[in-house]
Design a protein around this ligand. Sequence first.
Ligand SMILES: [Zn+2]
Length: 242
Amino acid sequence: MTELRYLPDADDVTEFEATVTTATEEYIILDGTYFYPEGGGQPPDHGTIEWDGGSATIDDVWKDHGDVRHGVQSLDGDPPTEGTAVTCRIDEQRRRNLSRMHTAQHVVSRVVLDEFDASTAGNQVYAERSRIDFEPASFDDADLDRIEELSNTAIEADYGVTKEERPREQVEENVDEGRALLDMIPDHVDPLRVVAIEEFDMCPCGGTHADSLGELGGIEILDCTSKGENVERIEFTLDNLE
Ligand SMILES: [Zn+2]
C-alpha cells in the first residue's frame, strides 16, 4: 500500500523523500508519495525520482490495487532496489496549473448548480483547457456570460479553500444534491476528503486544489457544445496559466 501523502491538505508539497518498495524498468512504487495519480478527472503529475546511482523521469502515475505506480519515461542507471532512499520532485508548474484548473471546476460547477439547477455529470481537467458536462442543461450565450461573470465574482472574493477529512455520514447530510456523486464512492471510504470553498461550496474530492480562489486569476468560458439530450459541455480556461 502506498501512503497518499498529499491527502488531506498537503497539495503544495512538490519535493519529498521516500523509500522504494518495488521498482522495475517500467515503474517505481514508494512507501508514500505526493505525486497525484490520475483519477477523478485530473491527469497525473510529472516529475523526477533520484537515488544514489540513478534517476528516472516520471510522465505517468496511476493507482494499482492500493499501490501508486510512478511510470518511468526514461531511466538513468539500474532500477532502484527495495529499501532505496529516493528524492522526488514534482513538476511544480504543471501541478499548479492542474490545481488551479481543478479548483475552477468546483467554482463553475457550484455557479451552474445555484443558477441553473444543473448537476455536474462529469469533468476532465487539463493543464491548458478543461471541461465540465452539465445535466439537465441548455445554455444560451447570455447564460454562458452569466456563468463566467458569477465565477469571476467568486474568484475576486478570494474565498479560502480548505481540504480536510470529514465523517462520511456528515458529508452525506451536508453536501448539496448535484455536487457529489456519492454513489460512485465505495461505502467503505470513510472518512471522506472534503474540499470546501468557505460558505460558497463543499464537496468530497480527492484531487489537488489551490488554497484560495484568488490564485485562479480569472475564468474564461471558451465553448459550449451539446453532448446529447439535456447534456451540455462547457469548456473553459484560466487567464494566468504558467
Ligand atoms: Zn476537486
